[in-house]
Design a protein around this ligand. Sequence first.
Ligand SMILES: [Zn+2]
Length: 234
Amino acid sequence: MITLLKNIAGSTLHLFYPHVCTGCGSDLLQEDQLLCIRCLHHLPHTNFAQLAGNPVEKYFWGRIPLTAAYSEFYFSKAFLMQHLIHQLKYKGDTNIGFYLGEMMGKSMLKSTRFSSIDALVPLPLYAAKEHKRGYNQATVICNGIAAVMNIPVLNGAVIRQEATETQTRKHRTERWENVKDSFKVAKAGELNGKHLLLVDDVVTTGATLEACGNVMLQSAAIKLSIATLAYAAK
Ligand SMILES: [Zn+2]
């Protein structure tokens, strides 16, 4: 009887608050799921977490000394991934970011390459941008990873300062200098002695992660690894 009542209540709620798949809009999914079976099946996992010398690590060779690096998904292969990241970044859907972060955590738990990570550092946004969006998507992803790996997220340990001029007006080299100089370690004491995982949503050229990571390595005695939700293969 209670089950019946629960089902009726559930169905009624469903009428007013349709629960649909974040990926495709289908309503054929279980109450507590964000993605339907079909979308789950189509998620373009890279399986790079286990793989030393994977393409994401190669991106950073000669640019920054990393213990390990990986991306959970391919970005360019499927519309699905682009859609999910768009929902996370521009539609305020933090649930999907947390959920995909949990998937990253599960992949890293399966790999010995990430077993010595002590804490997570979300790639910081400019304060004005984060304020406008209401959150940092990298922090949302970190929270998902943290829930699975049971390690802390160091919010505010690394910050990003406002550029003084509009970056688009600048020469390419100056623009790079600007990115490089925009990161600052605010709490070196929190970082010292740790193996840190720097996290972002998508890696494209890797320039921003490289800049932030190098500032971290210069400012504190740490080991550094990098993980992103997706990898834009060239
Ligand atoms: Zn779906």
